[in-house]
Design a protein around this ligand. Structure first.
Ligand SMILES: N[C@@H](CCC(=O)N[C@@H](CS)C(=O)NCC(=O)O)C(=O)O
Length: 217
């Protein structure tokens, strides 16, 4: 089974967190990036020309959330989602929230401008757009997440789940753009992020992407 996509993509990182946490054997092809998408890739893996994609024998699949759902159904001996159906649905809600709201309002602006535009495209950062995201978009998102973490250790109950992986993959991208959660304003969220970063499978994924990051920065 092969996962295609650079680990600098939050969506690729999300799937890597799932694979490593569940000790699933896989290969990866980190050479595929949004800059290198070919017509052949679109035809074979992803009609929208995005990453990640998964290849499992002859079977190819697009989209991080769909890939995670497939892994859940394929590896029945693993608990990829929480077992309880309401907890599972909650985890999927947080995954959707992070993939859409956090991505479009924070990562897609701050990481995109400061890392993709500046480091990869060698163009100027739109600091006004970045400041608008930091000052106006981040506070309500962090307020919401912090309010959940006042009540439970993880986003869904007391266990690390795909909900946390979906958030952490975005938070890591934001940290590469030098934007971190302020521990004075959002203490529970900031402490939770530090706790997630100490998980062995998370450390393994982050260590592996360090080399790609070093080449970029
Ligand atoms: N909903 C998709 C989003 C994937 C996505 O937007 N990937 C970005 C990289 S972070 C991409 O490939 N962008 C290229 C493009 O939009 O053309 C998923 O969860 O896999």
């Amino acid at each position: 089974m092969k996962l295609l996509g650079t680990p600098l993509s939050p969506f690729v990182r999300k799937v890597l967190f799932v694979l490593e946490e569940n000790e699933i054997t896989y290969e990866s092809d980190p050479s595929v990036s949004p800059m290198s998408i070919t017509e052949k890739y679109k035809e074979k893996y992803h009609p929208l020309g995005k990453i990640p994609a998964l290849e499992d024998g002859d079977f190819c699949l697009a989209d991080s959330s769909v890939i995670i759902s497939y892994l859940n159904d394929k590896f029945l001996d693993k608990n990829i989602y929480p077992k309880d159906i309401q907890q599972k649905a909650k985890a999927q809600w947080f995954e959707e929230y992070c993939d859409t709201k956090v991505m479009s309002e924070l990562t897609g602006v701050i990481f995109y401008q400061r890392v993709v535009v500046v480091k990869l495209l060698k163009q100027e950062c739109d600091e006004e757009l970045v400041n608008q995201a930091i000052e106006n978009s981040a506070p309500p998102i962090f307020d919401y997440l912090n309010s959940i973490l006042k009540k439970s250790k993880y986003l869904v109950g007391d266990e690390y789940s795909t909900a946390d992986m979906a958030l952490l993959c975005q938070i890591i991208a934001l940290s590469y753009a030098e934007f971190n959660v302020d521990s004075m304003q959002w203490p529970e969220l900031a402490a939770y992020i530090e706790d997630l970063k100490s998980i062995a499978s998370v450390q393994k994924v982050l260590a592996a992407e360090m080399q790609v990051l070093a080449e970029l920065m």
